[in-house]
Each structure stands twice: as C-alpha cells, then as structure tokens.
Design a protein around this ligand. Structure first.
Ligand SMILES: [Zn+2]
Length: 425
C-alpha cells in the first residue's frame, strides 16, 4: 500500500514537473517574441525581414515538396518504339513490335489515326504474357474497305506496376494498303557505256535506283514494294536474264499481278549520232524524263497523276544537279494530252519530257513490259529517268549521288499521286 502511494506521488511529481517545463518553454517563446517586438528595428525593416524569412521558408518547403514529388514520380518509362507493318492484303495491315517490354507490360493497346484525321482510335488490345523470347508481337487491322489508304499506327502500354513504371505513348509508323511492283530494267552489266573515265551499266544502275526507291517508299510512306529482281540476275517463270529482256519480257509486267502500280525503271538512250554528236557524248539539252504509260495507266487518273508528279520532280532534280536545263517536263493530264512516242521526239534537244504512249500495229502496248502489266490488270509506267548518253549523268551516277536524288524524286511523285501527305520520320 505504501509503496503504491509512493509510486503515485512520484507520478504526480513527474507530471507537475513536466507541466512546469512546458509552461516555461511557452513563456520563453512568448518572451522571445516580445523581445523581438521590443527591439530597435523599425516596422518596415522588420516587415522586410519577415518577408525574407517567409520567402526562405517557402522556398525551402517547395524544394522539399519537389524532392518528395520527384521521388514519387521517378517511374521508369515503358514505351513501344518503331513498330513495323506488313501489308497482308488490300484489306489487312499487320502491325508488329518486339516482345522485349513484356515483363513490364500488362496490356498493349493498338491505336490508329487515318492520314489527314486528328483523332486516334483504339483498334484493340493484346495481353502480355510477361516473357521475353525475341518474338514479334502483332495485331491485324482489318480495314473497313479496300480503297487505297494510309494510316498512322502506334502501340501504347498499360504497365504492370504503376508505382515503378509509367506507360508512355508509343512512337508511330505510317502504313498503307498500297502495293507497288518495281521492275529494275534489264539485268547485270546491260547497256554498258565505258567512255574511258566512267563505266556505266544501265542494268546495274536500275537495280541500285530501285532498291533506293523501295527503301524510301516503305520507310517513309508506308508503301509496300515488290521487285521483279533483287540481284544482278533475274528469273521469272522459268526464264532468266536475256530471255526476260527479250521474248519473255512481258513476264516482268505480269509479275505485278495484284499490285496497284507497276513501274519499270530505266535510263534513256538515243539513236546513233543523234543531234550530230557521238551517241555517248550527247549534250545535257537532251536530258528530260520520259514516261511511257500502258493502256490501263492511260485510263487511270491516279496513274497519270503519278506520272506527272514523278516527271516534274525528276526534271526539277536533274536541273538542280546541273545535268538538265530547267523546266524539261510538260504535264499531260488526260488521255488526250498524251504524246505519241517517236525516235525523233525522244532524241530532240528542244522537246520537254512528258507522259507518252506507244502502241504496236495491233493497237496494244508496244513495250512488252507494259503489255504484261496490262495483262495482269495493273496500270504500268516505264520511267526513263534521263539519258545515260550524257556524260555528266554517268558521272553523277558513278559518284552515287544520282540514285538517291532520283529515287527521292520518284518517291515524292508516287506519294503525291496516291495523295499521301504524311510521312514517317
Ligand atoms: Zn532501259
């Protein structure tokens, strides 16, 4: 009993002391305040000091808050970059991307925006299985109709752990349902010109040019390209090289079946001794793009638009590069405007390039390669980019400048003709 009383007294004493101590602190604080108030500082200086103090305090607090926010917000961004595309058919485009982000992703969302539109639509989702096996993940966009169209796609992510990761909008890719068949004219070493300084072979240059054009069309515009040959040799339907430059040349055009456009890539030549110059030493005045249309291209406004746009871009490019006079292309907007191709017209130093046609005695396309495309139901154009009988052109080709410049001109014209305005970065 006594002991309990003692403990109780100790507790009360302690409580009293504690109370006294806090009372002393409170008093002390107010004394401090009074001291300050009673100091010699003028009111204005004191206000300034207080403002400064407050500002320092605010700054300190905001820095601390910032730190707090930072630690909360530093979440690792997860983003799908550089998705690819495959044109499965006129009505199906497949978007694909790597599975490397799988461990961080719960679900992918495939987004689409039609070219020329501003709003994105969600096409659907794909769940991640969390594993990285180097696979390609893919999603098929089934198009509402088969009109030629181009869209922009991206893949967004919903992350698994929102505290650690942050799903960031994916980078975009343009993809279209357009398929272009490109025929690199001739084959390895064909139409060789060796002037002692430069060696030029049309059959080699057309392959380089076509590959360059394929790269730009696919990478920049989302246009899928098929090539009639991918090396110096050509082999179609059991025939090769010389046969496919001669009696069976129409097989090149027939290869375009199912495509939206067929392009046969060439550089031009003239008759022996044209304009009073040696065949391989023609003046730059002869330079002009000559585009030959097959029967179906003559009826297709899109094909004519492409022919005109390609011709204008090529003429501008060649002039800029100093291998042609300015303005060497004249538009031909309808079937009636098209020129009939002749040797004299082709070789003249005075004529501008344009879209032409040439028919045989039977009224069909004269050129086998264009006839083949007509048989396949595809509008076809032969593009004679310029004259390899002009030494300056051969020199630029040998330097590697020309294939890129002409391919860019071709691609810009094709995109314009198909009304594709948007491009990949
Ligand atoms: Zn040729």
């Amino acid at each position: 009993m006594r002991r309990n009383r003692l403990i109780m007294a100790a507790v009360i004493l302690f409580a009293l002391l504690a109370g006294l101590y806090s009372g002393y602190r409170l008093m002390n604080r107010s004394v401090g305040g009074q001291q300050e108030a009673a100091g010699t500082d003028s009111q204005g200086a004191r206000a300034d000091k207080n403002r400064k103090k407050k500002a320092e305090k605010d700054e300190k607090e905001s820095i601390e808050e910032g730190r707090e926010e930072e630690t909360q917000v530093i979440r690792t961004p997860v983003r799908v970059e550089h998705p690819g595309f495959t044109r499965i058919s006129r009505q199906e485009i497949q978007i694909s991307w790597s599975d490397e982000k799988n461990p961080y992703v719960a679900r992918y969302r495939i987004m689409k925006r039609k070219s020329g539109e501003s709003t994105w639509q969600s096409l659907g989702t794909l769940d991640s299985d969390g594993a990285v096996s180097g696979r390609e993940l893919s999603f098929s966009d089934i198009l509402e109709d088969s009109t030629l169209q181009q869209s922009e796609y991206r893949v967004d992510v919903k992350v698994k752990d929102e505290d650690l990761y942050e799903g960031v909008e994916g980078t975009t890719v343009f993809a279209s349902n357009i398929l272009v068949c490109i025929d690199p004219g001739h084959y390895k070493g064909q139409n060789l010109v060796d002037d002692g300084e430069t060696v030029y072979a049309e059959g080699d240059f057309t392959l380089e040019l076509s590959r360059e054009l394929q790269k730009i069309l696919e990478g920049t515009y989302g246009i899928t390209v098929s090539l009639t040959r991918e090396s110096g040799r050509i082999s179609l339907g059991g025939y090769t090289d010389g046969e496919l430059d001669g009696g069976y040349i129409s097989l090149r055009g027939e290869y375009a079946k199912g495509s939206d456009l067929f392009l046969s890539m060439h550089t031009n030549a003239n008759q022996e001794g044209a304009n009073g110059y040696e065949t391989i030493s023609q003046p730059v005045e002869i330079m002009k793009p000559v585009i030959l249309a097959n029967d179906l291209a003559r009826e297709s406004q899109t094909a004519l638009d492409i022919g005109n746009a390609v011709g204008l871009h090529l003429a501008e490019t060649s002039s800029r590069l100093g291998i042609a006079s300015p303005g060497k292309f004249t538009r031909a907007d309808s079937r009636e405007d098209l020129a009939v191709w002749t040797d004299e017209w082709n070789d003249s130093l005075k004529t501008s390039g344009t879209i032409c046609y040439r028919t045989g005695d039977d009224g069909q396309d004269y050129y086998g390669v264009l006839r083949g495309a007509s048989v396949a139901g595809v509008p076809g154009l032969i593009i004679e980019h310029g004259f390899h009988t002009v030494p300056e052109m051969r020199r630029l080709a040998a330097e590697g400048v020309l294939k890129t410049q002409w391919a860019m001109a071709d691609a810009a014209g094709i995109a314009e003709g198909f009304s594709l305005e948007r491009v990949n970065e």
